[in-house]
Design a protein around this ligand. Structure first.
Ligand SMILES: Cc1cc2nc3c(=O)[nH]c(=O)nc-3n(C[C@H](O)[C@H](O)[C@H](O)COP(=O)(O)OP(=O)(O)OC[C@H]3O[C@@H](n4cnc5c(N)ncnc54)[C@H](O)[C@@H]3O)c2cc1C
Length: 365
């Protein structure tokens, strides 16, 4: 099995395939090297939005529900092997307008019918958390089952665990892909940027924004476009509201599309992550960064006086002609698991399971 791309999706797929007994070669110049320019997984905040998804049926819903069930199992398994990944439960979506508030109320009622508990937080309830939350918030939808994990730690854990299980790593870029016409799946040969040559019956493309060009070299047109995201790490001047044991802090908080993620586990215990901007293309926009820094004009003094300790950016891969993500077998032995756009961290386990099921059952061989 050749898995191309060692972002979260490729690592998750390689890890699961390895555990299910398939020999895997994971190919990516970023293995053991610096994060790739534009790689989505290194930039992600790791917010997991499954239960608050606006739809209640279809593929997107099923993938989210599956990942929601799998992530805790995966993290427990990794932790049992000694690979800890920081994670926190809880997500609060704040409403900035009447339409958003009405949507939240409808969603809470719908999820209630499915036995999923989402709490509607009144303005009075939010007031108890002031001045930490934006005064303009009209209400909020709290999901105790959603939350956040550290994507960098999750990637390191998956790689270490898969390596211990016998994963072969090729730290090169795939510079050429060829059909060999041998083997049940048709057969593939990969030529690496340092000249390595590897053959396998299956080729799994988890190469994010590079996927479209690789597919084009094989005669497939599957356009995808980059959408840049900037993010910030801030250090607060004083003790954060969430540091008190009985603070009642809701977890990650989303306001006007920007997530605030408490990171008490980072050095000093007073840091948070803020992100991410949504900018079509690859070039960062200073205005979007300024809006991000103010948490969507939240007008909060405690946030304004915090110090920026890190600023980073990455690219999400958005499919142009179909919904995210692209999970397809394009020809015998050629699997595409890419284009996860804004939810690749959440969807990595369900994607890996989909990839493994294609290969185990031979669908596409
Ligand atoms: C700022 C930001 C914040 C985000 N926040 C969240 C969030 O909170 N929650 C969430 O679920 N999602 C979030 N996302 C989205 C998420 O990061 C992506 O959907 C996810 O990381 C996609 O993972 P991937 O493995 O498909 O791609 P990537 O992480 O981009 O990995 C692709 C890999 O392919 C490799 N590659 C490319 N070309 C080749 C080649 N020729 N040969 C070999 N390897 C190659 C690259 O080196 C790279 O390592 C965020 C994204 C951004 C940018």
């Amino acid at each position: 099995m050749l898995v191309l791309g060692a972002g979260l999706v490729g690592l998750a797929s390689a890890w699961l395939l390895q555990r299910r007994g398939h020999p895997v070669v994971l190919v990516d110049p970023a293995i053991d090297g610096p994060p790739p320019a534009g790689g989505g997984s290194w930039a992600a905040l790791g917010v997991l939005m499954a239960q608050v998804f606006h739809r209640s049926s279809g593929r997107g819903w099923r993938l989210r529900q599956r990942s929601h069930a799998l992530w805790p199992q995966w993290l427990d398994a990794l932790e049992a092997e000694g690979h800890a990944v920081a994670r926190r439960a809880g997500l609060l979506l704040l409403a900035s307008g009447d339409a958003e508030l009405a949507r939240q109320q409808r969603l809470a009622a719908e999820r209630q019918r499915r036995g999923v508990s989402l709490g509607l937080w009144s303005p009075e309830r939010l007031r108890e958390l002031r001045p930490q939350l934006p005064a303009a918030a009209l209400g909020g939808l709290h999901s105790p089952g959603d939350g956040q994990l550290d994507p960098g730690q999750a990637m390191a854990a998956l790689l270490a665990s898969a390596r211990a299980g016998g994963l072969t790593c090729l730290p090169e870029a795939a510079s050429r892909l060829e059909r060999t016409g041998q083997g049940a799946g048709g057969g593939w040969r990969l030529i690496g940027s340092a000249g390595s040559s590897v053959e396998a019956p299956w080729l799994v493309l988890c190469t994010g924004v590079a996927t479209a060009a690789l597919l084009e070299s094989l005669g497939h047109s599957l356009p995808m476009e980059p959408v840049l995201g900037q993010a910030l790490e801030l250090e607060l001047n004083g003790q954060p509201a969430w540091s008190a044991p009985d603070s009642g802090w809701p977890g990650a908080v989303a306001w006007r599309g920007i997530n605030l993620v408490p990171r008490p586990d980072l050095p000093g215990g007073r840091r948070l992550w803020l992100g991410a901007t949504l900018e079509p293309g690859c070039r960062p926009n200073p205005e979007a960064l300024s809006d991000l820094r103010g948490w969507g004009e939240a007008g909060l003094d405690w946030l304004g006086s915090a110090t920026v300790t890190r600023h980073w950016q990455g690219q999400r891969c958005r499919p142009c002609q179909q919904p995210a993500p692209v999970l397809e077998v394009l020809e015998p032995g050629l699997v595409v698991a890419s284009g996860h756009y804004r939810n690749g961290v959440l969807l990595a386990p369900a994607t890996a399971e989909w990839v493994a099921s294609r290969i185990t059952t031979g669908v596409g061989a």
